[in-house]
Ligand binder design. Structure first.
Ligand code: MTE
Ligand code: MO
Length: 257
């Protein structure tokens, strides 16, 4: 899991800053008031704290409830901060659940983006198909939960435009992704349609390099790093909760503003 390119784990104030509006709005609505005590957890869930499995299950249920509340509070028109292009870090910082030397490059010539679920036109996409679509660029902060961040410049097809083009059911709940390295991921439809959500094919104006997701990865300004799958191979529109790689291990699913 250690990468030679991994930056020092310096906690980043931006992590907190990014979540302050959410925390404030939850407090305003009386949805949170400080932490839950163990006693309150027992009262709320009626579970036996001597049975760790039942506590685990209850905590997971509360976490899913939090995810849903956060998705409800998501403002589709609120834009995350952007930065001047002079601040783009070159090369970007690498992270994955394995080392950078274990990245297996994807062959762009044979690569296809497979489509499934609530989509009218499920023909697979090539790299050239994606390049021929309208592109948009954004310079945003990438925040990893491990406590580091960087400013990155991304160009690609707005996911909203892609979903409209393939005739996706935009009233569906989720957009789910599969990747070449078996790192499933998913987002809510409101986030998928947000203007700062791209199927990114370029970094700093140049084709994505292999470690950063060539030929296509998701880049969102409104979500933490681990919600941005690299090396995407399949996209599904669905009403069945798809979860994700870290989410299965207990990380929050919403993970953003
Ligand atoms: N396919 C895939 N996507 C992934 C990961 C991964 O391990 N595999 N790691 C995530 C994490 S934790 C982070 S912080 C970012 C890192 O993206 P970067 O290497 O472009 O900085 O990718 C995310 N997307
Ligand atoms: Mo991350």
């Amino acid at each position: 899991m250690r990468s030679p390119f991994r930056p020092d784990n310096v906690p980043d104030a931006a992590v907190l800053d990014n979540h302050r509006p959410l925390i404030r709005s939850l407090e305003r609505r009386g949805l949170i008031r400080g932490g839950l005590s163990l006693g309150a957890l027992v009262m709320l869930t009626g579970c036996d704290v001597k049975r760790p499995a039942s506590v685990q299950a209850a905590l997971r249920a509360i976490s899913r409830m939090n995810d849903e509340v956060q998705a409800l509070l998501f403002d589709p028109n609120h834009l995350a901060p952007t930065y001047p292009s002079s601040m783009i870090l070159r090369p970007p910082k690498f992270n994955a659940y394995y080392d950078v030397m274990d990245v297996k490059p994807v062959n762009g010539e044979t690569w296809r983006l497979e489509l499934s679920g609530l989509i009218a036109d499920k023909r697979p996409w090539t790299v050239r198909d994606l390049q021929a679509m309208p592109q948009s660029s954004m310079v945003i902060k990438h925040i990893c939960v491990e406590g580091w961040s960087y400013i990155g410049g991304w160009t690609g097809v707005p996911l909203r435009i892609f979903l409209e083009r393939v005739g996706a059911d935009l009233r569906a709940q989720y957009v789910a992704f599969k990747t070449a390295d078996d790192y499933p991921s998913s987002i809510d439809m409101a986030t998928a349609l947000h203007p700062q959500t791209l199927l990114a094919i370029k970094y700093g104006g140049e084709t994505l390099a292999d470690p950063f997701g060539y030929p296509v990865r998701l880049r969102m300004a409104t979500k933490l790093g681990y919600k941005n799958p690299k090396w995407i191979t399949a996209l599904e529109v669905t009403n069945t909760y798809p979860g994700g790689f870290w989410e299965k291990k207990g990380f929050p699913w919403f993970a953003g503003i």
